[in-house]
Design a protein. Structure first.
Lengths: 206, 392
């Protein structure tokens, strides 16, 4: 009887499957390896600009430095020239300078932010035009509606006192705003020719 | 042997002298005497020839080092038969057999062992050459297992040094080149076990016959090795491995789990994906998916039936933040992502017809939520996937 028990035990041992790691085994038809996935979540914030949806909006071209570029083309202080894109107001309409403007889109995105009650977008002219007869303007109302002729304000050139473009923005929702150039009827040397300025937008989530 | 011959030469004349001077039967006896004389002369010639040829070269087979165990001869006559065996093997090389060394080769696993050929009766006038062939083949065809040989003094740690042992004496191969000195010579015997499924006979055995030639005198002696102690048993083996795909996230082996993949820093916007990762949008609401290709490598051998082999996966240990991080599976990079099951009872099936040795290109997706505020989380998290292959 004892021998029989030993024999049965030995047979069971021989028949048993053998696993050498979870990746391989013998005398069985299944094996189950495991894969550990690791990740570290970090908070993220993103602000992208895009061409406006009006149909006449100036093209916003992504680049490396600066991140985007836009050109109004040929403009003049009497708003005689149509410009390369967008719309324009004559001095008679604004009661002051000519304004060439266009709609554009801002899309704020943010994720894993611990506080997101009042994310806002601000902007300022970080590099002004080289001459005083041309300045960057924005829609005073900060709205998606096209501004009236008198609905523009000069954009701040002070990093410490930026203009607010939008408040309580929602992540992933595109916003329409307006930006333009104000051309003063200043005469004198150097008032014509290609000019460029840089506007820096900032999204702050808090 | 020569002493014995001389004794016989001396005794014959003595016998003949006892019959001298007798008549009647003398003539008949004289004829008989001449017949005996002729027979004796022939015997002397044969024995003298054998003596001049020397004792025929023979071999004994024995265990070499840590190789498999040789026993015998049993029987010792008329042909000495030694016994050894490869034992339990499989086409994937899973496990560590005693006395055998393994090599992964194309299409299977190669097991090999050294053995000793003890040559005796050889000298400069009587060199010995040993050749071998399979005199009794395995029941399994060569598409399942193959006996191979690496002759002395080859570099036998390489599969390229081995030659298939033929099944006929006419095409036998050398296992010990011609030697002019007795001694123990090491050669190697190998068994190629193919990674195949279907009809397989197990256990199985074969016999190798060794022919020891003295080509200068045209003699040959035989010794046999029967591979039946133990018999060759081809066991089933199954394996499932993961591997890094070209341009994919690194799949590391080892650690607390069999494999590990680290997606590094991730965010709900998909900004700055790490090496090997692609950000996929629009496949899961509320966030993005970091996707990586990877390889699932099934292998199975020795099964009678394996056409419906399936591979499944499920999340066996979920993330601590399961609403912020989720694991997805897809067979294409840009779309088709589905959340991987978290239920071991109903895992996500990757395939229902896996092929032995054919890697599957799959995509693993890590969903990262873009939620903000108090339910958001920043920091490290981990989950574990369990893959299962079932051969059937």
């Amino acid at each position: 009887m004892k021998r029989m028990i030993l024999a049965i035990f030995a047979t069971l041992l021989l028949m048993a499957s053998t696993s050498f790691a979870a990746t391989q085994a013998t005398n069985t038809n299944t094996v189950s390896p495991t894969l550990q996935i690791s990740a570290t979540i970090v908070s993220a914030v993103q602000l992208t600009l895009a061409q406006g949806a009006s149909g006449t909006a100036c093209t916003l071209t992504p680049g490396a430095n600066p991140d985007y570029s836009m050109s109004f083309g040929t403009v003049d202080a009497l708003a005689i020239t149509a410009g390369g894109c967008g719309q324009r107001y004559t001095p008679a309409q604004t009661g002051a300078d000519a304004v060439y403007y266009t709609d554009y889109q801002l899309t704020p995105s943010f994720a894993s932010q611990p506080n997101s009650a009042n994310p806002q977008i601000s902007a300022y002219v970080s590099t002004v035009f080289g001459t005083a007869n041309i300045k960057v303007v924005r829609d005073t109302a900060n709205s998606a509606a096209a501004p009236a002729a008198n609905g523009f304000s000069l954009m701040s050139t002070n990093n410490a006192a930026q203009d607010t473009i939008a408040t309580a923005v929602a992540s992933g929702t595109a916003l329409t705003r307006y930006i333009g150039v104000d051309i003063a009827p200043t005469n004198g040397a150097g008032m014509t020719g290609a000019k460029s300025a840089t506007v820096t937008f900032t999204l702050t989530v808090n | 042997m020569p002493a014995s011959i001389q004794q016989r030469q001396r005794s014959t004349p003595t016998d003949s002298k006892t019959h001298e001077g007798k008549r009647g039967l003398l003539r008949l006896r004289k004829h008989k005497f001449r017949l005996r004389e002729l027979l004796l002369a022939f015997l002397i010639f044969v024995l003298a020839f054998r003596a001049s040829a020397g004792q025929a070269q023979t071999i004994a087979l024995a265990t070499s080092g840590a190789g498999i165990t040789f026993s015998g001869p049993a029987p010792a006559v008329p042909t000495p038969v030694y016994h050894a065996g490869f034992g339990t093997v499989n086409g994937l090389g899973v496990g560590t057999p005693t006395g055998l060394t393994k090599l992964v080769v194309a299409g299977g696993e190669f097991y090999y062992t050294p053995y000793t050929i003890a040559l005796s009766g050889a000298n400069s006038g009587h060199p010995g050459l040993v050749q071998a062939y399979i005199s009794s083949a395995f029941s399994n065809p060569s598409s399942v297992i193959q006996l191979m040989s690496c002759p002395n003094p080859g570099a036998c740690n390489s599969f390229a040094s081995y030659t298939v042992l033929p099944n006929a004496q006419a095409s036998e191969i050398t296992v010990l080149p011609q030697q002019t000195a007795n001694g123990n010579y090491t050669a190697y015997l190998g068994l190629l076990v193919k990674s195949v499924n279907g009809s397989i006979t197990s256990p199985d055995k074969a016999t190798v016959t060794f022919d020891v030639y003295d080509n200068q005198h045209g003699t040959v002696t035989q010794t046999q090795l029967t591979l039946d102690t133990p018999n060759t048993t081809i066991q089933t083996a199954v394996q499932l491995q993961l591997a890094t795909a070209p341009s994919g996230l690194t799949m590391s082996a080892g650690g607390s789990t069999d494999y590990a993949a680290n997606f590094g820093n991730v965010n709900g916007l998909g900004i700055g994906p790490g090496t090997g990762l692609t950000v996929i949008s629009g496949q899961a609401p509320g966030g993005i998916i970091y996707s990586t290709p990877y390889l699932i490598q099934p292998a199975f051998s020795g099964f009678a039936s394996a056409n419906n082999t399936k591979i499944t996966v499920y999340v066996s240990t979920d993330f601590i933040h399961p609403t912020l991080l989720k694991l997805y599976d897809s067979q294409s990079q840009l779309n088709g992502y589905a959340a991987i099951s978290k239920n071991s009872g109903s895992p996500t099936q990757i395939t229902g017809s896996a092929s032995n040795g054919t890697a599957i290109s799959e995509y693993l997706g890590l969903f990262v939520s873009n939620v903000n505020g108090p339910t958001s989380f920043r920091g490290a998290d981990q989950a574990t996937l369990t893959y299962t292959i079932t051969v059937q």
